[in-house]
Write a protein that binds this ligand. Structure first.
Ligand code: NAD
Length: 476
């Protein structure tokens, strides 16, 4: 495996010229209109094809993930490959039921009519992904879109070049562009050359809140609908009654996954002041139990995606007191596990999403005080609360508007295909995974079918007085 830092040459143009994009758009429109993607059998077969393609390419994908982010085999399989295989299996087991037309009851006033909901493919879907889970976040959404019967254009991140190349090779070798295509290159060109000129039937974007706003603006030009999976500052609260050793282990494990470059990572810790010293000691003990005193030597500790992000993270070190870590090696793209305290609530580290292995620790005395700090960055993507008290758990879950989260754990809500993954407010709109992914990529047609045997006169003018009397009764 290549242990050298990746030299990244960011592409300056798209893999497709404007003419090739026009041809691609037309080819996908025609393929969709021909109806190939509509049947259950086609979708189920394509999910099987996807599953096998991932298995065939697994070792190249794992190698690429190691090259881009130094992900260990355990992390690459668990959080990139395995999670997608599990998602596909879950879809395969449930797709027939999700696709079934759903009979609905019909108000008496429309007698003799029946009602149903018909899940339909939307058409052409565009899936744009970030660099931190460069495989999972693209391919999991793609499985949802295959299930819904769409054609697909993928736009992986240019900042994870090895994984993007491996993913592109897998897709290009497996499908014709008229069904599934990959467009590579800088994101802003995708906006100007693909999103703005063409109506896309659904855009699924995973990335930053800032770019999410740009995508929505571009999509508005053609009224293309968007699903936005964004980021934010996700709090992790440790209450006075929490099991300290347990919480420390979970926090150390989840914060350091992918070197903290996880959208649903605990961005900062809010700990009750009575247990802060004990908790910090326990977190350090657990970091060292997993990665040793020098995480640089750990085969399980990842690297930061590029120098720009390393420098961004390094600048946060000036925003408080480093109680653990704070070591940076630019050539190795290494940023050590870092705990900070005495951070000013207005400092950049508490204003921007950290997206790295730095955990600021803030103490609080009352739940209301902790809530006020969280509310400075409303609508986080995730929230975690460690407590053994139901009232404390309910307080944070009900008072804060957030995408999803865990009680006495971190991140795992994302791995359950029965739960929708999505943000709220500034952390996103719409959700996916499993049934929710099928629904997000589908359109639901409402159909009422009337019998021609009876036709009540009350609908038609001239209206007699009693028509309205009957209508009033029926519309109660
Ligand atoms: P980013 O927003 O910079 O880029 C994401 C993707 O959008 C890339 O493929 C990029 O090429 C493309 N892009 C950039 N500008 C574009 C434009 N104008 N038009 C169209 N596409 C454009 O995000 P990133 O730095 O790759 O990822 C980090 C961010 O993603 C963090 O904020 C993180 O929280 C968020 N994230 C969210 C989730 C989630 O599930 N909600 C998951 C992972 C990451």
């Amino acid at each position: 495996m290549n242990l050298q830092p990746t030299i990244q040459h960011e592409p300056s143009s798209l893999s497709h010229t404007p003419q090739q994009l026009a041809d691609l758009y037309q080819a996908q429109q025609q393929f969709f209109a021909a109806g190939y993607t509509r049947s259950f059998t086609f979708r189920k077969n394509q999910l099987r094809v996807l599953y096998r393609a991932i298995q065939r390419h697994e070792s190249k994908l794992m190698q690429a993930l190691h090259e881009d982010l130094r992900k260990s085999e355990f992390e690459s399989f668990g959080t990139e490959i395995g999670i997608v295989l599990k998602e596909i299996s879950h879809i395969q087991q449930n797709l027939r039921g999700w696709m079934a037309h759903k009979r609905q009851s019909t108000p008496l006033m429309f007698f003799p009519s029946g009602s149903k909901i018909v899940p339909e493919p939307r058409g052409i879907s565009l899936i744009i992904g970030p660099w931190n889970y460069p495989f999972q976040l693209i391919i999991s959404a793609m499985a949802n879109s295959i299930a819904a019967g769409n054609t697909i254009i993928l736009k992986p991140s240019e900042l994870a070049p090895a994984t993007t190349a491996a993913l592109s090779a897998m897709v290009e070798e497996t499908w014709e562009e008229e069904y599934i295509a990959v467009v590579n290159g800088p994101g802003h060109l995708v906006s100007s050359q693909l999103i703005e000129p063409y109506h896309l039937d659904i855009i699924h974007f995973t990335g930053s809140t800032a770019v999410g706003k740009l995508i929505m603006q571009s999509a508005a030009k053609q009224l293309s609908p968007v699903i936005l999976e964004l980021g934010g500052k996700s709090p992790c609260i440790v209450a006075a009654d929490a099991s300290i050793e347990y919480a420390a282990k979970k926090i150390a494990f989840t914060k350091l996954m992918n070197a903290g470059q996880v959208c649903v990572s605990a961005d900062y810790l809010l700990v009750h002041e009575s247990i802060k010293e004990k908790l910090v000691k326990a977190i350090i003990k657990n970091i060292e139990a997993m990665h040793g005193a020098d995480a640089r030597q750990s085969p399980y500790y990842g690297r930061i995606i590029n120098e720009k992000h390393l420098l961004r993270l390094q600048s946060f070190l000036a925003d408080g007191k480093i109680v653990y870590g704070g070591e940076v090696d630019i050539a190795d793209r290494y940023f050590s596990p870092t705990l900070m305290e005495d951070v000013a609530i207005d400092a950049p580290i508490m204003q921007q999403e950290i997206f790295g292995p730095i955990l600021p620790i803030i103490t609080y005395q009352t739940d209301a005080e902790a809530l006020a700090i969280i509310e400075r960055h409303p609508y986080p993507l995730a929230l975690y609360v460690y407590t053994n008290n139901k009232a404390t758990e309910n307080f944070f879950i009900s008072k804060v508007r957030f995408g999803g989260g865990c009680v006495n754990n971190g991140l795992i809500h994302l791995g359950n295909a029965n739960l929708p993954l999505g943000g709220v407010g500034y952390s996103g709109m719409g959700s996916y995974h499993g049934r929710y992914g099928f629904e997000a990529f589908s359109h639901f047609k409402s159909i009422m079918r009337s019998s021609t045997l009876i036709d009540f006169p009350l609908w038609y003018a001239p209206y007699k007085k009693w028509y309205t009397t009957v209508l009033r009764k029926l519309m109660k």
